[in-house]
Each structure stands twice: as C-alpha cells, then as structure tokens.
Design a protein around this ligand. Structure first.
Ligand SMILES: [Zn+2]
Length: 310
C-alpha cells in the first residue's frame, strides 16, 4: 500500500542542562541544550524542516510535503520547551509542534512526573520500598501480579528495564490509587507539589508567547493515562479536555499525541469527532499510512545512535 505520508518526525521531551531552570533541581537528566543544537544542525543537512500547518495541508490533500520533510515535536508541556527550545527554534526561524497537557495552574504534576522526581530523590529501590510500605494487602497482591505480568515486556535486566517495570505497574494497574500515594511521598521526600508543578510546566503566558513566535500546539490529554488501559468514556473526556484547551490557543484542526504512545481502536474516531486530524505515536517509522498513527523517532536516542537511521 502506498504510504499516505513520508515524514520524519522527531519526538523530544527534556532539553536541559544540569542545574538550569528547566531541570529545576529535579536531578532528572535530558538532552543537553548543546546536543539539541548539534542535532538540529545534522537534521538540517538531510531534511527540510516543516511546520505543523504544512503537515496538516498534506494530510488534507491540499499541498504535498517537500522531499525529506522533518517535523519537530515536543511532549508534555514542560518548561524546557520555553526556556531552552523556543529560543533556539526562533533564532533559526523553525517551528515546533508542542503536545501540551490540558491542565490549569492549580493542577499538580502528572503521575509520570511525580515518579521521575521521586526516582531522582529516592532511587529505584528506595521508591519501590516506600510505595510498598504504603500499600494495603490487596494492593500489594495487585502490585505483585502486575509486576509478574509486565516482566516479559519490561525485563528487569537493566536499570532502565527495572524503572519501566515499576512505572508500568504504577501507571496502569495501580493508576487509580497511585495519585494520592505518590502525592504523599512527593510532599515527604521532594517538597510542596503544587509549587513544583507551577515551575515545571509551561504557563499560559509562555504558551501565548511561543504561539506568537510561530510555534504550534497539539493535544496530549488531561491526565496522561494509557489509552488502552482506561475505558471509552474516559478516553472521550481526555480528548475533549484537550480540544477545549487548544481552542484558547490556536484554531484547529489540531494534532494529538497519545500519552506513552498508548493506542486504542476507538481513539481515531473520537479524535476526529473532536477536531483532530492527526495523531502521533512513539512507534519509530518514517512512512505513515494512517493519519491517526504517525510514527516518531526519539530525539534523545537518535543523539546517542547518530542519524544513520535512513
Ligand atoms: Zn507524554
């Protein structure tokens, strides 16, 4: 089948230097600002950067993309994107597509970010132990069963594997209980959570400045759940929250990025009904036959492996 779209999409999360304002004392590493600039240089030799409206026009059949088109995307609406990324893209007259959570300033950190901060402060074994102590017997049983199940997908043979295993248990099976539990641990070991969240995510003013500077925004849900774990009613609520949030930023139709790249069969239809014409995953692919399943390459991995992916 002829692919609908040939497009290299790069996905970024953290772009920060140790000790800078984006890192915010969290100790959570990311791609350094220098490495990010080097990557942009390298990409610019092989690709023509395009902005979201060009991709949208191609998807709608209005105008084809240039050869070797490349779209830069950034997930989770973290402050790195204003402090470090926006300035660099703006200087180079480039645009990025930023997938921001539909949250307001009173919402705290999403569980994934609470876990990152706690891992940085307690280490993996310390966090696992601290969580275990707060679970009741029924939850401990659920934890043990889930851990057994995810061991195949996330083999605990490296520290990354062990972290992903713990994250899967917490962000899927224990997701209803885990929010308060992580909040307690956060306040105990890291500090006031609402204040951290206020400094960790983009605020509306920064987003508006970025939009005025040629950046584009897409949806990434409200609470960052695994779409294959929650039910259809919750998926609808998460998507409609994103549409409502985006309406105040830029006119649609918009793009969406699935939290964790998690996919569910009804998501394309729900997204379409809420004004989204494209959705991005974390699957590494350069040819895309479904506008609601556009693959992306992880920018941080590329930086380690080089650009020899073609
Ligand atoms: Zn995300």
């Amino acid at each position: 089948m002829k692919p609908l779209l040939e497009l290299t999409v790069i996905m970024h999360h953290y772009v920060r230097d140790r000790g800078d304002m984006a890192e915010a004392g969290s100790g959570i590493p990311g791609m350094s600002v220098g490495d990010f600039e080097v990557q942009l240089d390298e990409l610019s030799h092989q690709h023509t950067f395009v902005a979201w409206p060009a991709v949208r026009a191609a998807l709608q059949g209005n105008r084809p993309l240039p050869n070797s088109a490349c779209l830069l995307t950034f997930d989770d609406g973290i402050r790195d994107h204003y402090l470090n990324v926006f300035k660099i893209l703006h200087e180079r007259s480039l645009s990025g597509l930023f997938f921001v959570l539909a949250r307001d300033e009173t919402d705290g950190l999403i569980p994934a970010h609470k876990i990152h901060f706690l891992l940085a402060s307690l280490g993996l074994a310390g966090l696992r132990q601290a969580i275990w102590e707060k679970l009741n017997p029924a939850q401990r049983e659920q934890f043990t069963q889930a851990e057994k199940r995810y061991r195949l997908k996330y083999p605990p043979v490296s520290s990354e594997g062990r972290i992903n295993l713990l994250k899967a248990v917490l962000q899927r099976d224990l997701s209803p209980e885990v929010d308060t539990l992580l909040l307690d641990l956060f306040e105990e070991h890291v500090g006031p959570e609402s204040e951290t969240a206020r400094n960790y995510y983009l605020n509306l003013e920064q987003i508006q400045e970025m939009a005025a500077g040629g950046m584009h925004f897409g949806g990434h849900s409200h609470s960052h759940p695994w779409f294959d774990w929650i039910d259809s009613g919750n998926r609808t609520a998460e998507i409609s929250a994103s549409a409502a949030w985006l309406r105040q930023i830029e006119p649609g139709p918009w793009a969406f990025a699935y939290p964790y790249g998690g996919f569910s069969k009804d998501a394309p239809q729900l997204l379409k009904a809420h004004g989204f014409v494209a959705a991005f995953t974390t699957k590494a692919q350069l040819y895309h036959s479904n506008p609601y399943f556009i693959g992306r390459l992880d920018g941080e991995e590329l930086a380690h492996e080089g650009l020899g992916y073609a």
